[in-house]
Write a protein that binds this ligand. Structure first.
Ligand code: PLP
Ligand code: COI
Length: 339
């Protein structure tokens, strides 16, 4: 452990000491269990393996200057997981249990929470799967909730620096009335080819257009989109994107900063008009966008003309991080201190 290079962590899985599990059997959730196994004994006909009854969440904990550990917006992640469960007919995991499980897994792995100075954080990954056996296409009657943690650094190269992105028209991630608004594994399976193509072409990540008309910006594979112009924070309104908690927080912070906030469809062509833009999410935080290329249409929307993150993105980033690390007052009640 003493050998962990906190400031140079990437975003990946690293074994920690414990995970926390909870089983839904006989119509009810059991007690939280502490586990040191990394594997899961699973019925070969479990619905998660065949019919995609699987969902997950992602949130982070931060160690402050005062040594305290703060978790960002636990309740929001609990509610989004419940919404996802309603979306693919899985048993909802109650908010109180979710909060207890998160705090418990952090405490059990406290030695993995990166120090304040490193700028790294503890990534928390709750997941919920259908474990009951079915061969016909039906929801399971047994479920397993697990949460594990892993210390992480930035998701995109260079942390808070600009990166190039690409619109991939060849593959859709989610249909307008499909599961794009839920955090289910299937969406990520659907994104793998586009993501590989983007990486192979040297881009940081892929962007999706709305699947029906291919006219509007939806989101990136693992982050929402926002653009800034005329003192206005603009982010897509779409039924096929994940409601990002980071994005919702940034909308609030933008409003606090006296900016206007708009949630509405964004035509691809409007990209040419933004003064700044970014990809935002728990893993990405804010990843400022240098440019977005649309290769099939032979277009390149250069947003960061000097190659640097814009001043408003930087202000939003600093504000969000300050709240998360406890450097600034948490006026919106977003932070839970792990006692
Ligand atoms: N969009 C997708 C597809 C994601 O996977 C994520 C990550 O969770 C986000 C957006 C950002 O959401 P959040 O800010 O809640 O992490
Ligand atoms: C997150 O930001 O937490 C995500 O879920 C992104 C991810 C799929 C790595």
């Amino acid at each position: 452990m003493g050998t962990l290079d906190w400031s140079n962590l990437g975003f990946g899985y690293r074994k920690t000491d414990y995970n926390v599990r909870c089983y839904f059997r006989n119509g009810k959730w059991g007690e939280l269990e502490t586990c040191s196994e990394e594997t899961i004994p699973l019925h070969m006909a479990a619905t998660c393996l065949h019919y995609g009854q699987e969902c997950f969440e992602g949130l982070k904990a931060f160690r402050g200057k005062d040594g305290k550990i703060r978790v960002f917006r636990i309740e929001e992640n609990a509610q989004r997981m419940q919404n996802t469960c309603r979306g693919i007919l899985m048993e909802e995991f109650p908010t109180d249990k979710f909060k207890n499980a998160i705090c418990k897994v952090i405490k059990l792995n406290e030695r993995f929470v990166p120090p304040y100075e490193s700028g790294a954080s503890l990534y928390i990954r709750p997941l919920l799967i259908g474990t009951g056996a079915q061969v016909g296409v039906h929801p399971a009657n047994e479920y397993l909730f697990i949460v594990f943690v892993t210390p992480v650094g930035p998701y995109f190269k260079g942390g808070f620096s600009t990166n190039p992105y690409v619109i991939i028209r060849e593959y859709d991630r989610a249909a307008p009335l499909g599961t794009g608004c839920f955090k289910v594994g299937g969406n990520y399976a659907a994104s793998l080819r586009a993501n590989k193509k983007a990486h192979d072409l040297g881009y940081s990540c892929e962007f999706y257009l709305d699947a029906k008309e291919k006219k509007y910006i939806d989101e990136a594979g693992a982050a929402n989109f926002f653009g800034i112009k005329n003192n206005t924070y603009i982010t897509p309104l779409s039924t096929s994107i994940l409601p990002s908690i980071t994005n919702r927080s940034l909308m609030q912070l933008a409003e606090d900063m006296g900016m206007k906030v708009e949630r509405r469809p964004i035509l691809e062509e409007e990209l040419a008009t933004f003064e700044e833009a970014g990809a935002c999410g728990t893993a990405a935080v804010i990843s400022p966008i240098e440019r977005i290329d649309d290769l099939e249409n032979n277009k390149s929307y250069v947003i960061a003309k000097d190659g640097k993150p814009g001043p408003i993105s930087e202000k939003l980033y600093n504000k969000l991080r300050a709240i998360q690390y406890g450097d600034e007052l948490d006026t919106h009640g977003w932070v839970t201190i792990v006692e």
